[in-house]
Design a protein around this ligand. Structure first.
Ligand SMILES: NC(=O)C1=CN([C@@H]2O[C@H](COP(=O)(O)OP(=O)(O)OC[C@H]3O[C@@H](n4cnc5c(N)ncnc54)[C@H](OP(=O)(O)O)[C@@H]3O)[C@@H](O)[C@H]2O)C=CC1
Ligand SMILES: N[C@@H](CC=O)C(=O)O
Ligand code: NA
Length: 433
C-alpha cells in the first residue's frame, strides 16, 4: 500500500525532504511505500536543487491539504500564516501532519493539537527542534518515565555558527550572518535567529514535553546575540568561558506549591569544562537532566537541508508505520500531545544568575572600592574584579558576580551607572552556574 505525501514548500528543508523521498535505496523499507504526490510552492518556475516532474508542482496549497488522495501533509513553508491555517485545514480534512515549523507550534500548539486529537490524526514535529537531532521523540518516549529537572540547549544553528566563527576567526558579525544565510541555516527573516526568538520557540516546545504542561511562548525571557562583541568573546576566553546562546529550562528549587519553571534564552558564559562549551558551528546540543536517568545529551546538526530532512522523513515514516498497522488510527498515548494545563514561569527578576560585566571607568583611586560598595549595597557579591585594559584614558574592568537574583543585579547596575568614575557599561552577560 502506498501513502500519498503532499509537501508544502520546496526551499532548503523541502528540497532535502524530496531528495530523501526520491532516493529510498539503503534506507528504511517503508520509504518505498511513500509516494510524493504534490509539492506546493510560491513560484513554480524558480530553479530548484532537486529534479521534479513539473506536474507535481502547484501554487495552490489549499488544493493539497484538501485533496482526498493525500494521506500526510508535510508543512515546510515556515512563518505563521498561511502555515497555521493550512495545518488546521489539513487536520480538518483528516490528514496527518509533519511540520518543521517551531514558530507555529510554539504559538498555536494548543489550537493545533486540540484539533488533531479531535480529528484522530497526528502532528509530528521532530524537525522543529534541533533539526536532525532526535530529541522530540526521545522526550516523548525514552525519557517519559523520568522526572525532568532541567533542559539546557544550544538550539539555534545560525547563532552558534556565528558565535563559533567570531570566536575562531575574530570575524565580523555581519559577514558571518551572510554565510549562515547562504548555507540555508537562517530563517527567512534572520532576526528570529539573531534575537533568540527561534531558540525561545524551540524551548517552549521542549519544555512542554519535558515538564508536561503548555508554555505561554510570550512569557519566555529572550535576549539575542547582537550585543555580543569580539572583545567579550576574547575576555570570556581568558576567564575560562565560551559565549553561547543558551536556552535554559529548569524546575524551580526548592519546589513551591505552584511548581514554577524557569525558562530563558540569552547569551551565556559557559565554562570551558562544560559539555556545551565545545559545541560549535551549526551543531546543536540539548542536555537533559532527569530523575533517575541523570544527565543525557543529544548532539548533532541543528539546521541545514539534509539533517533537517532526516527528521522530517523519519516522522513521515513513523506515521506510515502507524497507518500500516492500524485501520483506524487513534491518538497514540506516547506520540500525541495530551497537555491540558499551562505551566507557571518564574519572572526573570527572581531567577538567580551570575553575571559578567564589562565597564569603562576613570582610572582614579577607589574606583574598585566604589564598585564593590555599589554592588554590595544591593546584596550582590563579587567573585572577581579584573582591570584588563586601558583605552582612550579609561580603564576597562571586568567583573564576575556570584549568583544573585537578577532584580538585585539590575538595581545595582543602575547605582553603578550613577558613579562619577563610570563612563560606560558596554556589556553584561549572564554566566552559567
Ligand atoms: N533551514 C533550516 O535549516 C531549518 C528550517 N526549519 C524550518 O523549516 C521550515 C522551512 O524552512 P526553509 O526550508 O529554511 O525555508 P525556505 O525559505 O528555504 O523555503 C520555504 C519554501 O516555502 C515556500 N513558501 C513559502 N511561503 C509560501 C506561500 N505563502 N505559498 C506557497 N509556498 C510558500 C517557498 O516557495 P518558493 O520556493 O517558490 O519561494 C519555499 O519553497 C521553517 O518552518 C523553518 O523554521 C527547521 C529546522 C531547520
Ligand atoms: N534557523 C534555524 C533553523 C533550524 O531550526 C537555526 O539556525 O537553528
Ligand atoms: Na529534532
Amino acid at each position: 500500500m502506498a501513502y500519498n505525501i503532499g509537501v508544502l514548500g520546496l526551499g532548503t528543508v523541502g528540497a532535502g525532504t524530496v531528495d530523501i523521498l526520491q532516493n529510498p535505496e539503503g534506507r528504511h523499507p517503508l520509504l518505498g511505500e511513500l509516494n510524493l504526490y504534490r509539492v506546493g510552492v510560491r513560484d513554480v518556475n524558480k530553479p530548484r536543487n532537486v529534479q521534479l516532474s513539473p506536474e507535481l508542482l502547484t501554487t495552490d496549497l489549499e488544493a493539497i491539504v484538501t485533496d482526498e488522495a493525500v494521506d500526510i501533509v508535510v508543512e515546510l513553508i515556515g512563518g505563521l500564516e498561511p502555515a497555521r491555517s493550512l495545518i488546521l485545514q489539513a487536520i480538518a480534512h483528516g490528514k496527518h501532519v509533519v511540520t518543521a515549523n517551531k514558530a507555529v507550534i510554539s504559538r498555536y500548539g494548543e489550537e493545533i493539537f486540540e484539533a488533531a486529537n479531535a480529528a484522530g490524526v497526528y502532528v509530528m514535529l521532530e524537525a522543529a527542534v534541533g533539526g536532525g537531532i532526535p530529541v522530540i521523540k526521545p522526550l516523548k518516549e525514552a525519557l517519559g518515565v523520568n522526572r525532568i529537572q532541567s533542559v539546557i540547549g544550544i538550539i539555534n544553528g545560525t547563532t552558534n555558527y556565528i558565535l563559533s566563527r567570531m570566536q575562531a576567526e575574530g570575524s565580523d558579525f555581519g559577514d558571518v550572518l551572510a554565510d549562515a544565510q547562504s548555507l540555508g541555516y537562517a530563517e527567512a527573516d534572520p532576526t528570529a535567529d539573531v534575537d533568540g526568538l527561534d531558540a525561545a520557540d524551540k524551548m517552549a516546545i521542549l519544555a512542554a514535553l519535558a515538564f508536561g504542561g503548555r508554555i505561554k511562548r510570550e512569557e519566555i525571557f529572550c535576549d539575542g546575540i547582537r550585543h555580543v562583541s569580539a572583545a567579550d568573546i576574547s575576555y570570556a576566553e581568558k576567564l575560562g568561558f565560551r559565549i553561547k546562546l543558551l536556552a535554559i529550562a529548569s524546575r524551580e528549587t526548592p519546589q513551591t506549591e505552584t511548581d514554577r519553571l524557569q525558562i530563558r534564552v540569552h547569551p551565556t558564559l559557559v565554562p570551558h569544562s562544560h559539555p556545551l562549551a565545545s559545541v560549535n558551528g551549526v551543531y546543536n546540543a540539548i542536555l537533559v537532566e532527569g530523575d533517575p536517568l541523570g544527565p543525557v545529551m543529544f548532539y548533532g546538526q541543528g539546521a541545514g537541508a539534509g539533517p533537517t530532512a532526516s527528521a522530517v522523513v523519519s516522522d513521515i515514516v513513523s506515521i506510515g508505520a502507524i497507518l500500516k498497522t492500524e485501520t483506524e488510527p487513534v491518538p497514540h498515548p506516547l506520540l500525541s500531545c495530551p497537555h491540558q494545563h499551562y505551566c507557571t514561569l518564574t519572572p526573570i527578576e527572581e531567577i538567580n544568575t551570575r553575571f559578567y560585566v564589562r565597564l569603562m571607568a576613570q582610572d582614579v583611586p577607589k574606583v574598585i572600592g566604589h564598585l564593590g560598595m555599589a554592588f554590595g549595597d544591593r546584596g550582590v557579591s563579587l567573585e572577581s574584579v579584573v582591570q584588563i585594559g586601558f583605552h582612550e584614558g579609561l580603564a576597562e574592568i571586568v567583573i564576575v558576580t556570584h549568583e544573585t537574583p537578577e532584580g538585585s543585579f539590575r538595581d545595582a547596575l543602575e547605582d553603578v551607572k550613577k558613579l562619577d568614575a563610570i563612563a560606560s557599561i558596554p556589556s553584561t552577560i549572564r554566566v552559567l552556574s
